[in-house]
Write a protein that binds this ligand. Structure first.
Ligand code: AN7
Length: 399
């Protein structure tokens, strides 16, 4: 196993603490000697979980785990009918132990930190990354430092970071500024960076792709739709599919389809314009605070994932996000935070525009749990109705 620059293809040992290529600043990927790995469905008999797929994960020693992955893949008939799709599934990543998909990355990233002998881990976060890092660092007995954009982190996520003992710094700036600062902090070598620029973290997240295929009976769906913020997840899931193709487990790679919020959509903008690089958005804004990101670090990986798989990118409004959140909740019993609902909102829009054929088999990834952001729920749902403690009053009201 080694690290490889996605741009100049220079390689580095996996024991080196680097986040970008020292030669050209390109992003890094973890590459295995695939000829030496036994990865066959008939050998993988455990129920789905991140560590079921250990032969394709970069950890040899001690693993810090709280049973991440193994999330349900729900068949969603009512939502499929409403949107106009033949076969629709929702992979509900909100049912990971800390309530988001970040746990898949953190179980691998924090295990790697221990392997590297690191004592302090750090990240900037719109919320979920910090919650997950705080919990895995606690489990590992190391210190977590998290930089959060002041006033823009949903309450459930902040509560997790605080309770699990991270050093929580509220930065007077947005996520992009916090991310610039945490990179500078980690360049000193005292802190190990666990944002999704860290290629080991993304190895954990690629197991979403493994699980989708596994849960469909080792078959690939036609398309995977997911929200995109810093763009690590779409890149990771794509890499997972590429590896399954290398092992002849799937023939075709699902069309990777990323969805961004209207005022935080640099990747979808670049895709729609056919541009090679993104133009960062300086003041990103959206109800989906998880993806309130203007300068996604993994954009080069994400654009390749989308283009190489024949996928797409779409832009949705806050209203469309909230409507999709309610539809998931009320048609399928799936409670998600706003960012997650962007996947369904984007899919609906692509079907309406005729950009996607309704005859496809599609998986939407819902990335975080409803309870992460209770304040948003209070804003977008009707208030509870005050009634006297009296059966007549209740009956009268329910008539
Ligand atoms: C629920 O926590 O970036 O495109 O700092 O929490 O891989 O960044 C969160 C991202 C989607 C976007 N859905 O994933 C953070 C952070 C939810 C999220 C995303 C996030 P990426």
């Amino acid at each position: 196993m080694f690290l490889e620059c996605i741009e100049c293809k220079a390689t580095y040992p996996d024991s080196e603490i680097i986040y970008r290529c020292p030669k050209c600043s390109g992003l890094l990927d973890v590459i295995y000697d695939y000829s030496k790995i036994d990865f066959r469905p008939e050998k993988l008999t455990q129920p789905p979980s991140v560590w079921k797929y250990k032969p394709l994960l970069p950890i040899k020693g001690r693993i810090i785990s709280i049973n991440e992955g193994g999330t349900p893949l729900y068949k969603c008939g009512r939502l499929a009918k409403q949107i106009g799709i033949r076969e629709l599934y929702v992979k509900h990543e909100g049912l990971n132990p800390t309530g988001s998909f970040k746990d898949r990355g953190m179980t691998v990233g924090v295990s790697k930190a221990l392997e590297l002998g690191v004592k302090t881990v750090a990240c900037a976060s719109t919320g979920n990354t910090s919650a997950s890092l705080a919990i895995y660092a606690a489990k590992a007995g190391i210190t977590a430092v998290v930089l959060l954009p002041a006033g823009k982190v949903a309450m459930g996520k902040l509560a997790q970071a605080l309770m699990h003992g991270a050093k929580v710094l509220s930065i007077k700036g947005n996520f992009d500024e916090a991310f610039r600062l945490v990179q500078e902090l980690c360049d000193s070598g005292d802190f190990y960076l666990l944002n999704s620029i860290n290629p080991f973290r993304l190895e954990g997240q690629k197991t979403i792709g493994f699980e989708i295929v596994d849960q469909l009976g080792w078959k690939a769906p036609d398309r995977v739709v997911l929200p995109v913020g810093n763009a690590g997840n779409i890149s990771a899931i794509y890499k997972g599919f590429v590896e399954l193709q290398k092992f002849d487990i799937i023939d075709e790679i699902p069309k990777m389809t990323g969805v961004q919020a209207e005022k935080a959509a640099p990747i979808a903008d670049a895709f729609k314009k056919g541009a090679k690089d993104i133009v960062p958005v300086s003041r990103p804004e959206t109800v989906a605070t998880a993806i309130r990101i203007g300068d996604p670090v993994n954009a080069p990986k994400a654009l390749r994932a989308i283009r190489n798989s024949g996928g797409m990118a779409e832009i949705v409004s806050d209203e469309e996000i909230v409507q999709a959140q309610k539809d998931l909740a009320r048609l399928e019993g799936i409670g998600v935070e706003p960012a997650s609902a962007a996947s369904v909102a984007g899919l609906r829009k692509l079907i309406e525009e005729g950009a996607i054929d309704g005859d496809e088999c599609i998986v939407c990834v819902t990335t975080g749990h409803l309870l992460k952001d209770p304040e948003e729920v209070m804003r977008v749902c009707d208030k509870p109705i005050g009634v006297e403690a009296d059966i007549k009053a209740i009956r009268a009201f329910l008539k």
